[in-house]
Design a protein around this ligand. Structure first.
Ligand code: AHR
Length: 654
């Protein structure tokens, strides 16, 4: 195998390997966003989702969601409880959390809520953490209720560790009381922030050295209908005032009338920008382009002022959604988002960012226009969108969208048109079997140049089939992704960004497999695919180096896959090598034209002969990179790849 060290090629994008975040699989509420109380503001509907009356309500005369004289216009519902006179036992409520609540012995949780006393004499509540078998796990009393709305705060210290605890609120006194915005929030958050994120999960993200953070999805950007689309303006400002929205990934289709998966938006656009900054990733928000999910209602926003030039919904068989805002509103949302992220604190939207605690700009450089959308309806909306955004922000990088088929035409008419419309990137998605990834490692070797660059914005090998709940994060999937990624890296002149998807899954509440990082309410682990992504991101280098495989090996057809880069900062030649074979593979590696070759190379190896190997909560690092060193003598080195392995070699040299 020969690497032309003295003939560096295209620069590797500094954002090359990043993260795709979507609130799917309880990734936000019940995951990265650690609020423990489900439906804390009683705003979802009248069902009291997540809540249950103690003793089946036997000690309450009434408990119901009400809306007279609410806390505020944006927080229009609350819960009214009236105790039953003379009833024995506890009167009150419990909250189930997100598939339970994870609490740790000795850790502190901030309990807060608003209360208003009605008739009678309810003086306060006793709040307790209770384990799945009824164990007492900590308690705090709050008293002093008054006749008007007032906020109460207390610290609840857990006395035991459990991932299936729940919160019990027992009324002290008899009568009526109104409660709202009941929150139990861990004090242990990323950077100790009051509305901060779950630290172990942020750490896993940071450890990947991601080049960008794409948010908030995925299909949730689109919504099943336009009224259920993601609207970033609804996710900023006072956390208590953010209105929940049914999650597009609420999979109980037959129970659509009674969904149980909402987005609380406690993790909203401000928090996403802050997260990107914390982990050193470029923010990449994806915005709705006036189209609901084409697999669901396919609703279209009318073209608005762009329709004069183009004709309303030209080429569109789908009627526009009645009563929905026109495309102008979506375009304005994009312009306002740039001001929110980058505008001075004196600008209207910049002021909102500053009021949330970030007066300096977030330095947003790119936005995505639509998610996984295609066809004439998309192209005409993209055109109007891009014209308006580029007119005001010419330097902003625009990521356009494409349909999901992995076998779709390469560089087709649509891609050509997107190039004419000055799209900087086109976002390709591919979910397919592991063999597809190995067979298509040369996908971009053949890709047309001169159009938009590629953002491989969603991909994952799926060992059973796309959409099957039986898919697992096996080593077979991960090693096949590693093989495919040699092709992404080799084609750095056309592939500028890539992210695995989806990112997160709660082991008790997922809708999609496989996923990069799994967690329960207390712990988390990275899948083998996580370590593949991490090895690429940490070893992305600066420039591609031409590489010739040994005679007989062609584009991985004999199960050897390879790419090479120069790391100009470290002064290393970096090789990525995949041996998809149950036999070891000895290699002679010729570093042609290399100077200043060091004496010691470093290897990081992910290997397991068993392709079905998986990590788990019990064995989080069953498959994780193993580091070693090896002697280098001159420009030709010998290295034997382990059976079924992905190896990163670093050799000092230029
Ligand atoms: O990653 C899961 C889903 O796959 C995304 O929401 C969507 O863009 C794609 O279809």
């Amino acid at each position: 195998l020969t690497v032309q060290v003295n003939q560096p090629g295209a620069a590797v994008s500094k954002n090359m390997y990043g993260l795709f975040f979507e609130d799917i699989n309880f990734a936000a509420d019940g995951g990265l966003y650690p609020e423990l109380v489900k439906n804390k503001s009683f705003e979802t509907d009248a069902r009291l989702l997540g809540w249950k009356a103690l003793q089946g309500g036997a000690n309450l005369d009434a408990y119901a969601v009400r809306n007279e004289l609410p806390l505020s216009a944006t927080n229009g519902h609350y819960l009214r409880l009236t105790t039953r006179a003379g009833a024995p036992g506890e009167a009150g409520l419990e909250n189930e959390g997100f598939r339970g609540m994870g609490v740790k012995a000795g850790a502190e949780y901030t309990l807060s809520f608003y209360a208003r006393r009605g008739a009678g004499n309810v003086k306060g509540v006793v709040a307790s953490l209770v384990g799945s078998k009824g164990e007492a796990l900590g308690q705090v009393a709050v008293s002093g209720f008054t006749d008007g709305w007032q906020k109460y705060t207390a610290v609840l210290r857990a006395t035991g560790t459990q991932n299936k605890a729940h919160l019990k609120l027992v009324l002290n006194g008899a009568g009526t009381v109104d409660v709202d915005v009941v929150s139990l929030f861990p004090k242990d958050t990323w950077q100790g922030r009051p509305n901060g994120l779950r630290p172990d999960l942020v750490q896993l993200l940071k450890d990947m050295h991601p080049g960008f953070l794409r948010f908030p999805g995925g299909c949730i950007v689109e919504g099943r209908t336009l009224s259920e689309r993601y609207q970033w303006k609804e996710t900023i400002g006072d956390v208590a005032a953010r209105q929940p929205l049914v999650n597009r990934w609420n999979m109980e289709f037959k129970h659509r009338a009674t969904p149980d998966y909402y987005q609380s938006f406690g993790l909203g656009f401000f928090e996403y920008f802050q997260l990107a900054e914390d982990i050193g990733a470029e923010p990449l928000p994806i915005l709705n382009v006036g189209m609901a999910c084409q697999y669901n209602s396919g609703e279209l926003a009318p073209m608005g002022s762009a329709s004069a030039a183009k004709g309303p919904n030209a080429g569109s068989p789908t009627p526009p959604a009645t009563g929905d805002p026109s495309l102008d509103v979506f375009i304005q949302d994009a312009l306002d988002l740039v001001e929110f992220a980058n505008g001075p604190a004196s600008s209207p939207w910049g002021a909102k960012r500053a009021a949330m605690g970030h007066p300096t700009p977030f330095n947003l450089k790119m936005i995505g226009v639509g998610n996984e959308q295609w066809g004439p309806q998309y192209l005409e909306r993209y055109e109007a969108f891009a014209q308006a955004v580029k007119a005001k922000y010419p330097a902003l990088v625009l990521v356009s969208s494409a349909g999901p088929s992995p076998d779709g035409d390469l560089f087709d008419q649509s891609t050509k048109r997107l190039g004419e419309l000055r799209a900087d990137y086109v976002d390709e998605h591919y979910y397919a079997k592991p063999e597809w990834f190995r067979a298509h490692a040369d996908r971009y070797d053949k890709y047309g140049r001169g159009g938009p660059k590629i953002f491989a914005g969603e991909y994952a090998a799926q060992n059973v089939s796309t959409g099957s709940p039986q898919n697992k994060n096996t080593w077979d999937c991960a090693i096949s992704e590693a093989a495919f990624m040699t092709g992404l890296e080799r084609n750095a002149d056309v592939v500028g960004m890539a992210s695995y998807a989806p990112l997160f899954a709660n082991v008790d509440a997922w809708q999609w497999t496989p996923d990069l990082i799994w967690f329960d309410n207390l712990t988390s682990y990275g899948s083998p695919s996580y370590y593949v992504q991490q090895l690429y991101a940490r070893n992305k280098g600066s420039r591609v180096l031409p590489l010739t495989l040994p005679a007989g090996a062609k584009n991985g057809t004999d199960n050897l896959f390879a790419s090479a880069v120069a790391d100009d900062v470290a002064g290393d030649v970096v090789l990525k090598l995949v041996n998809y074979s149950s036999s070891p593979r000895p290699l002679k590696i010729n570093l042609a034209g290399a100077k200043k070759i060091g004496k010691t190379g470093r290897a990081q190896v992910l290997a397991n002969a068993d392709l079905q190997t998986q990590n788990s909560l019990q064995e989080p690092q069953k498959l994780a990179p193993q580091a070693s060193t090896f002697a280098v003598q001159g420009a030709t080195l010998s290295y034997t790849l382990a059976p079924n392995s992905f190896t990163v070699l670093r050799v000092p040299g230029r």
